[in-house]
Design a protein around this ligand. Structure first.
Ligand code: GMT
Length: 377
């Protein structure tokens, strides 16, 4: 099949899922065309059957805001026409589903019936999409997609609660490619480059937005540190980075916290990890938690959104109410203090991540494309 994928090219989970999906589809013989404003960060340029089309936005003095949706719709129309695409799969409703609706209408006027699949990822619904300034357009674009998927049951529930939705929403979980996290990686990992032999290594990966509650990450770590030797690796960049730095200074733990910036090799960083922290305010799925589990790392997270669908309390890690930093630290210590308990949680996390293997999820998207192409819905 010929599939156009529209996504954000940045480090966020939606772009990562879209990119990994596209590359996997290419390997399976589909022709995949990425349409976005930059080359997606996880896109391996030489991937089989994969093409990238950059959306340019011309500056003009009249525009306070550049009309990206317009440029994107036009680009989608040209790519669908030029490469005879069957499907446009847009990741993150804003503005992609809206731009896809416009492209569909333009193509209709030319006698081309392009099918649009929209995947909802989280903040496009919970934080941004349901805001009154966007709500009407987001609701309309969801209702006018040919097929809608959400990355967790929780996100489906949120979408139905926040919008007047006339379409079925189908849950297709996010996925990982376990072969990118080889079982032997932990043993090969040079932990000594980052921590002393007796220190537990704790990792957080995110875009450092307020929703991630970065200060809770540091507070939990500080409480752990009071009980056992440990290091915290903070991976990512974003608006809360400065605040995090200030808190680290205030707590006088600067030599125990490493800010590593953005990384394209999360699996290599996770190779060092004994524990992953994700105390988010809300999280539709928590792809970073799943990536940690795939690298045999138990997860201490909040219980918000779709996190309970990924992190199983008492098995792969622990879940706590948002902001319950004392409980999170206590749970972390339960895992970290006893090497045999830690080993058990690592193994459980790894085994549970297998439920989200690419091989399990990819056929679900392929089935959607086939059904939608036939005009199922
Ligand atoms: O977490 C973010 O702020 C980035 C955001 C995105 O759209 O890239 O992530 C959302 O989509 C991911 C992939 O489906 C999910 O794993 C994240 O849980 C979700 N983030 C939130 O709901 C806050």
């Amino acid at each position: 099949m010929k599939i156009g994928i529209v996504c954000y090219p940045t480090y966020g989970g939606s772009g990562v899922v879209a990119t990994e999906l596209g590359m996997a589809l290419g390997i399976k013989g589909h022709e995949v065309h990425f349409i976005t404003y930059n080359q997606p960060v996880r896109l391996n340029f030489l991937s089989k059957n994969v093409y990238f089309h950059e959306v340019f936005v011309e500056e003009y003095p009249l525009f306070q805001y550049q009309p990206y949706e317009l440029a994107l719709s036009s680009k989608m129309v040209s790519i669908v026409e030029r490469y005879h695409l069957d499907i446009l799969h847009v990741h993150y409703a804003i503005p992609h589903a809206y731009a896809a609706f416009m492209a569909k209408q333009i193509l209709k006027s030319k006698g081309i019936d392009i099918k649009v699949v929209t995947t909802l990822h989280g903040t496009d619904i919970t934080l941004v999409g349901s805001h009154p300034i966007y709500k009407q357009a987001v609701e309309f674009s969801i209702n006018n997609s040919d097929y809608v998927t959400a990355v967790s049951k929780s996100l489906k529930r949120d979408t139905l609660r926040l919008f007047d939705i006339k379409k079925d929403i189908h849950v297709i979980y996010n996925f990982i490619e376990l072969n990118k996290y080889p079982e032997h990686s932990k043993e090969e990992c040079q932990r000594s480059t980052l921590a002393d032999e007796n220190e537990r290594i704790i990792v957080h990966v995110s875009n450092f937005r307020p929703v991630k509650r970065i200060e809770d990450v540091i507070l939990v770590f500080d409480k752990i540190l009071k009980q056992i030797p440990a290091k915290l690796l903070m991976v990512g960049e974003g608006p809360e980075r400065e605040k995090a730095d200030l808190l680290v200074k205030k707590l006088n733990i600067r030599d125990k916290v490493l800010f590593l910036g953005n990384s394209q090799e999360i699996n290599k960083v996770l190779c060092y990890a004994d524990l992953f922290l994700l105390p988010s305010q809300t999280e539709s799925f928590g792809l970073s938690a799943l990536e940690a589990m795939a690298a045999k790392t138990p997860v201490i997270s909040s219980n918000s959104g779709g996190l309970p669908e990924v992190n199983v309390n008492g098995l792969t890690g622990y879940l706590s109410a948002v902001g319950a930093v004392d409980e999170m630290a206590d749970n972390a210590l339960k895992i970290l203090k006893d090497p045999s308990v830690l080993q058990q949680f690592k193994q459980n996390a790894y085994l549970h991540s297998k439920d989200f293997e690419l091989d399990v999820i990819l056929p679900q998207y392929e089935a959607v494309y086939r059904a939608v192409k036939k005009g199922c819905c």
